[in-house]
Ligand binder design. Sequence first.
Ligand SMILES: NC(=O)C1=CN([C@@H]2O[C@H](COP(=O)(O)OP(=O)(O)OC[C@H]3O[C@@H](n4cnc5c(N)ncnc54)[C@H](OP(=O)(O)O)[C@@H]3O)[C@@H](O)[C@H]2O)C=CC1
Ligand SMILES: O=C1O[C@H](COP(=O)(O)O)[C@@H](O)[C@H](O)[C@H]1O
Length: 519
Amino acid sequence: MTHTAELPDFGADRTLFFIFGATGDLARRKLFPAIYSLFREGKLSERFAVIGLARRPRTNEQFRDDVKHSIEEFARYKSEKDHNWEQFAEHFHYMSLDINKLEQFQQLKTVAEQLDAKFDIGGNRLFYLALAPELFGSVSYNLRDGGLLETEGWRRLVIEKPFGYDLPSAEKLNEQIRQVFQEEEVYRIDHYLGKEMVQNIEVVRFANAFFEPLWNNKYIANIQITLSETVGVEERGGYYDHAGALRDMGQNHMLQMITMMAMEPPSRMEPEDIRDEKVKVLRSLRVFHSPEEVARHVVRGQYDTGEMKGKPVPGYRDEEGVPDDSATETYFAAKVFVDNFRWAGVPFYIRTGKRLPVKTTEVVVEFKNMPDNVYFSRKTKLEPNLLVFRVNPTEGIYLKMNAKQPGSQWGIVPIAMDFCQSCEVGINTPEAYERLLYDAARGDSTYFTRWDEVALAWRFVDRIESAWRDHSSELHRYPAGTWGPDAAQQLLAEDGFKWWPVNGQLEGEVVWATPVTSK
Ligand SMILES: NC(=O)C1=CN([C@@H]2O[C@H](COP(=O)(O)OP(=O)(O)OC[C@H]3O[C@@H](n4cnc5c(N)ncnc54)[C@H](OP(=O)(O)O)[C@@H]3O)[C@@H](O)[C@H]2O)C=CC1
Ligand SMILES: O=C1O[C@H](COP(=O)(O)O)[C@@H](O)[C@H](O)[C@H]1O
């Protein structure tokens, strides 16, 4: 399968989607809206069907109502404006099923065959597990033993994160799944890889003559990745307290973003070639071997009571499902190294946290300063060049550089070019789940994580987790609504750097920020 902007659309329009966990939060907020957008965009034709599966009883009509409500609340296209709602809804069916009951899978087989024939699907089956990971093994076995994998078309398994809790549990999970599915049939979701601007990283890197030659330790001083959230743990306290920020965001989204920034150009734009390059980055990640190394490179924090938008909010330990004495981190910052030829000595600073002042995802590339003996820099202190990938909420690319101050003889001022992609493209930008569902349905696994990537990411994370667990490293409490512990500032300060402001705040640092738009 080629990985190009214009993939052939075979396959995507003939898919029987099995949504396990159809009454859950993920299905409601992400999956149904994504399927609807694909339909509205003409990426799903008439030859598809969706079977919603969960234990709760629902009629088809009730299920279609649930789907409609979820679309009204969360989809980028609104259903009331759609004259074809009935036409869309008739593709949705519901069956009450308990994952642990094999005989119900045998009934599901019959339902699936009927829908397949009705919509002329050709036997293509996509099993989406929007379920707790403990159920993944049982579903796989029962799909096989219930005869659902005996089909003339393709079959694919889409799995949600978290994929395991650590390397041993991930290995066990993988063994269970692999008893039934081949690796190339398994699509492990990391929804950050479905984000428009994360996918744009490789394009900006490899399609621009003025970035590619500079993309190494000779010219880049450091790279900063921020994934900040304003929300607390919401209703997920039970899950989150077991996981923490490093497992919830670090093991997957943040390490994946590092791979996109650091990988070598693939020899071909094929899924396996791209994933091979990402694996090489993960293999080169410096693993911290001692608790002292962990303490020097990683800071962890937990939010305390504080204020968000002027309103008081509870601390983490007061959240539902969280023990009063919880030592789980809701924030971490780390200095990470990719020990290979290209990146030796370049720190990748990463940070993520809940209850921070803004919701944003940004990647900042800070270039090295010009040599001091250059004529200009003796007169004026030059600011470093920055390239920023704005992933969320604004999608765009920001470039900060130095230019002559108009009218002055030697004055140099920082200026910026600011391309706001989301201002231009707006509603047409597909959301991450939409893109990934579409990719899975047409068999493009580029933006899904392969098993070796997952295993290497756990190898890195497990060392940190065990140092935290066994050596009671410091847990910094930070007030909700602030940028996290001061120790995270220190992590950069000791190298002579600072976290650059995110979420558009860089504008304050330049004299002109010119929006570059195509209008
Ligand atoms: N929600 C989110 O934003 C995200 C979720 N995820 C992951 O996605 C997965 C699902 O999350 P989420 O939707 O939030 O979870 P929920 O708890 O909201 O939903 C779980 C679903 O599983 C069903 N279920 C539970 N037990 C069984 C069973 N024995 N047989 C059949 N169905 C069962 C439930 O339905 P019923 O009770 O009717 O059986 C429900 O539909 C998890 O792995 C989560 O970590 C990942 C990223 C983000
Ligand atoms: O995977 C997860 O991601 C969300 C943040 O995703 P985003 O697309 O809104 O940035 C995070 O809230 C959640 O804890 C985590 O499990």
